[in-house]
Design a protein. Structure first.
Length: 424
């Protein structure tokens, strides 16, 4: 029986493996910095070319329906099963391969030469697909599409995939200014409609004191939210506002951005005023903190929120200082002794007076500006303290938490500042 001759493409793959084996066997001790850099650039170009060849084969595989050999439902599923890439990645690669091979000759040539990477190619294909409506474009539309393809392939020489994504959205302004503005408006309107339909927010409690969640919001609102968080989480703000002599474990000013934004999110929630929110079931969204009188005066009993959650006594005492949370204080027989009243909290004129006098946070070494501060009672309200300017002060959100944290000692200095020291 005569053996079927292998297609030359199989020989290409075999020779590639042989050359790679040789490469792994070579020593690198004599390879200098210049040669190392040049070799890396050439290998990246070779990797781009290899990816382009694989993309061409994927497009061919879809055409000849390679999945028929195994009964897989699609070329992408066959590829995922045969190579162990994820199905999502396989579908993405096949889609880009087919779109590139069928419509974009200039892009195919650039990929084959190694001057365009797979990531750049995907972005270019997506931008061009957004411009065209399918295989039945008019001659004028095809001409514009061709000019856009040539321009984006040219931009790929100096721009990465992220830059190309931005350029792709504005490519008509370059190749066809007369229609670019209208087309951009049309695309933006479509994106906004689709984004609005995808808005989601999910949250779940883990049973260990945390709530986990994820959300999907329109790009504009995501940018607005990011600016809000970054205004609070700014590393420069922490650098200026933290006492240089403080324990680094307590007031670390170098933390990952995700941790900064998480803390900023918590602060943003606590700063949200009830007056800015709509009523819920006939009542405002104010959170009520219920605690025993002993808790408010320094006891160790936990407090409850009207949401059903429990919080530590230190956190309860801190929240009791906030005008946006109402403390319900119970006596020994659980009678309601006091519900937070506006007279108990510093009024707007009093707060203005505190701002003019204190100029910001009054914790030693902290330079938090007034708009980052909360009004704090020097004499606890539970011990007969009065809501006055004379016995009040400004503390930033962080130091206000520390002031009510039982693991810290508070010392009033001759300068009028407060010094916080962790208890031994």
């Amino acid at each position: 029986m005569t053996e079927t001759a292998l297609h030359p493409i199989a020989g290409v793959a075999a020779r590639l493996h042989e050359d790679l084996d040789d490469g792994f066997d070579l020593g690198l001790l004599t390879l200098g910095p210049t040669e190392t850099g040049a070799a890396l650039v050439e290998l990246e170009r070779a990797a781009n070319r290899l990816a382009a060849l694989q993309s061409t084969l994927l497009a061919h595989a879809a055409e000849v329906r390679v999945e028929g050999e195994t009964g897989a439902p699609s070329t992408a599923v066959w590829f995922a099963n045969a190579t162990q890439v994820t199905r999502a990645e396989a579908h993405r690669r096949v889609r880009v391969a087919v779109a590139t091979d069928e419509r974009y000759d200039a892009l195919v040539a650039a990929c084959s030469s190694g001057s365009v990477s797979p990531g750049q190619a995907e972005v270019i294909v997506r931008a061009l697909d957004d411009l065209g409506d399918g295989p039945n474009e008019s001659g004028a539309e095809l001409e514009v599409l061709g000019r856009a393809e040539q321009a984006l392939v040219g931009f790929a020489v100096d721009h990465d995939a992220k830059d190309l994504r931005v350029l792709g959205r504005r490519i008509l302004d370059i190749v066809a200014p007369a229609i670019g503005e209208a087309r951009e408006a049309e695309l933006l309107a479509k994106e906004e409609r689709e984004a609005a339909a995808r808005i989601r927010l999910t949250m779940r409690e883990d049973g260990h004191g945390c709530v986990h969640g994820k959300f999907t919001v329109p790009e504009m609102h995501g940018a607005m939210f990011t600016k809000m968080l970054d205004a609070i989480a700014s590393p420069r703000r922490d650098h200026l506002h933290v006492d240089p002599a403080a324990d680094a474990a307590d007031f670390a000013d170098v933390r990952p951005v995700w941790e900064r934004r998480g803390l900023a999110f918590v602060e943003l929630i606590e700063r949200m005023r009830d007056a800015d929110l709509p009523d819920a079931a006939g009542a405002g969204a104010t959170v009520v903190v219920t605690m025993q009188l002993d808790t408010l005066t320094g006891g160790l009993a936990a407090a409850s929120l009207d949401t059903g959650h429990r919080i530590s006594p230190g956190e309860a005492r801190r929240l009791a200082c906030s005008a946006d949370l109402v403390p319900a204080v119970l006596g020994t027989k659980s009678e309601v002794l006091d519900l937070g009243r506006s007279a108990r909290f510093h009024t707007k004129p009093q707060r203005i007076a505190l701002i003019l006098r204190d100029g910001g946070c009054t914790a030693e070494g902290c330079d938090a500006p007034p708009h980052r501060c909360e009004a704090h009672h020097d004499d606890p309200w539970s011990r007969g303290g009065r809501t006055s300017v004379a016995r009040g002060r400004l503390l930033c959100w962080r130091h206000h938490r520390v002031a009510h944290d039982p693991t810290y000692l508070t010392e009033r200095l001759g300068t009028g500042k407060l010094r916080f020291t962790r208890r031994n």
